[in-house]
Design a protein around this ligand. Structure first.
Ligand SMILES: *Cc1c(COP(=O)(O)O)cnc(C)c1O
Length: 478
């Protein structure tokens, strides 16, 4: 299997490029003064193979791939759920897909962005939104720039930010890039923010506020959330809500009502764009009224005569991305929200929580559940109770043999041997039960044939990789 050609170039059957490439009908231009000789191409190696071989080649590759359209994809923190195909069709409508951002008459597109900002405002309880950021982490950076500008504008110097250790890894990274130093708070035994330590850190002064991933990477919704925002505000700080995984709280509660001042969402997770695969994303940022003036430019403002674009304000943090962000992602999310409506969004929240808790309760019979409490969209298991030295990695590899994707593993870092499982709201009870059966079968294999698990996977195009070698000396070319 490993020797099967992966590149179409290795399937070349004829070498007659001269006949294959049409004759140039333009005058030949000398590249002498344009491009150094070493960069000039002397021949063009385009594979020349029959159509049927091309079709077989790509269909073969697609069959090696795994995606949500193939089966359950319980990759925690990523919300790998099924997204309705109709939203892909809508995003490809010529009126959306073929416009240029500099086209002056793109009022339809601007209206969609504007309406989307209003919808997200309603969903999160925020007063203003920018749709520009291109990803979750980019939204975090935008939000932190806004936080910085807010204090600069008041002539207050704040250099630190509080981030619990259960936060998504991008939180401290974004805060550091925005120029803050980080005060890490160790979660308490129930996976929540330790309130007295939060107050202690805020009292020290010089703290701009808190960045909270909620539900956090343990799948825990902090029961003290109102107390957290109250304390941060009491000492003049701002509260940032990482809402990348908004699905479990959709239609149920809103960061704005919890006292948060800034929130980012991942449209590519919660709202109908597949996450991962390197495609474009969208991480809109919402703020409360007094922070609207700091939103990036261009900013859409609605008046009685229509929507207009605010530019060159002296309080804005400026441009964060060219034009209006990744428009196609916004179109998909808009279609998704409009189709579901308020009731549908609430069902998303309820079912994502129900599905995660269903698996959590079933699996804790055999797997160690370090935070044994109601979870939200995801939960953590560990390999602590697995017999014969079988590890999280072995289990994850073996899951692939049974035709499913593995959960996120060894994350969050604060739980040793973590398996982070997020079934998402779009899985049926049947597929959840199948996944459960696979995990129980693997547990039994750990009891009876642990050496098998150590060598898994067996049914994938490539077997177990030497992880160290792959990281240190990766072979990136065929
Ligand atoms: C995915 C995720 C992010 C980062 O989003 P990207 O689009 O990958 O940059 C941030 N926070 C949480 C909680 C996430 O799950």
């Amino acid at each position: 299997m490993g020797s099967e050609p992966v590149l179409i170039f290795s399937k070349q059957v004829k070498k007659s490029q001269k006949n294959f490439i049409p004759k140039m009908d333009l005058e030949e231009v000398s590249l002498e003064n344009i491009l150094p000789k070493e960069y000039q191409r002397t021949d063009l190696n385009i594979p020349e193979i029959p159509e049927i071989e091309i079709v077989r080649h790509y269909i073969g590759l697609s069959k090696k791939n795994y995606g949500v359209d193939t089966g359950i994809y319980p990759l925690g923190s990523c919300t790998m759920k099924y997204n309705p195909k109709i939203n892909e069709v809508i995003a490809r409508l010529p009126g959306f897909a073929n416009i240029h951002p500099l086209q002056t008459k793109n009022e339809g597109a601007l209206t969609l962005i504007f309406e989307m900002a209003k919808l997200l405002g309603k969903i999160t309880g925020m007063d203003g939104f920018t749709m520009q950021p291109a990803a979750g982490a980019h939204g975090e950076l935008t939000g932190l720039f806004i936080m910085k500008k807010y204090f600069e504008n008041k002539n207050i110097n704040k250099t630190k930010i509080i981030i619990p250790d259960s936060a998504h890894g991008t939180n401290p990274a974004s805060a550091a890039i925005a120029g803050f130093s980080i005060i890490e708070l160790e979660s308490n035994e129930s996976g929540e923010v330790p309130i007295d330590q939060l107050e202690f850190a805020m009292k020290e002064g010089d703290v701009a506020g808190i960045m909270l991933t909620n539900p956090n990477t343990l799948g825990v919704f902090d029961s003290q959330i109102l107390e957290i925002t109250r304390i941060v505000h009491k000492y003049g700080g701002l509260c940032y809500y990482d809402g990348a995984n908004l699905n479990p709280v959709l239609g149920i509660c809103r960061p704005g009502d919890m006292g948060f001042d800034i929130v980012h969402l991942n449209l590519h997770k919660t709202f109908s764009t597949p996450h991962g695969g390197g495609g474009p994303g969208s991480g809109p940022v919402g703020v409360k009224e007094e922070l609207i003036q700091f939103l990036p430019e261009p900013c859409l403002i609605s008046t009685r005569s229509g929507i207009y674009c605010r530019e060159n304000s002296n309080t804005s943090i400026g441009y964060i991305k060219a034009f209006w962000g990744n428009f196609g992602i916004i179109v998909r999310a808009y279609a998704y929200i409009i189709a579901l409506g308020a009731e549908g969004l609430k069902r998303v929240g309820q079912i994502s929580v129900l599905n995660a808790n269903y698996l959590r309760v079933l699996l804790k019979s055999k797997y160690n559940l370090p935070y044994d409490r109601l979870c939200f969209h995801e939960f953590i298991l560990t390999d602590k109770k697995i017999p014969n030295g079988v590890t999280t990695e072995d289990i994850a590899k073996r899951i692939l043999d049974y035709g499913f994707y593995a959960p996120t593993i060894y994350f969050p870092l604060i739980v040793s041997g973590a398996m982070m499982i997020e079934p998402t709201e779009t899985e049926t009870k049947t597929s959840l039960d199948q996944f459960y059966d696979v995990l129980i079968t693997i547990y039994k294999e750990a009891e009876s044939t642990p050496e098998l698990l150590k060598k898994a996977p067996f049914n994938t195009p490539i077997g177990r990789l030497d992880a160290v070698l792959a990281a240190r000396k990766p072979v990136l070319k065929e």
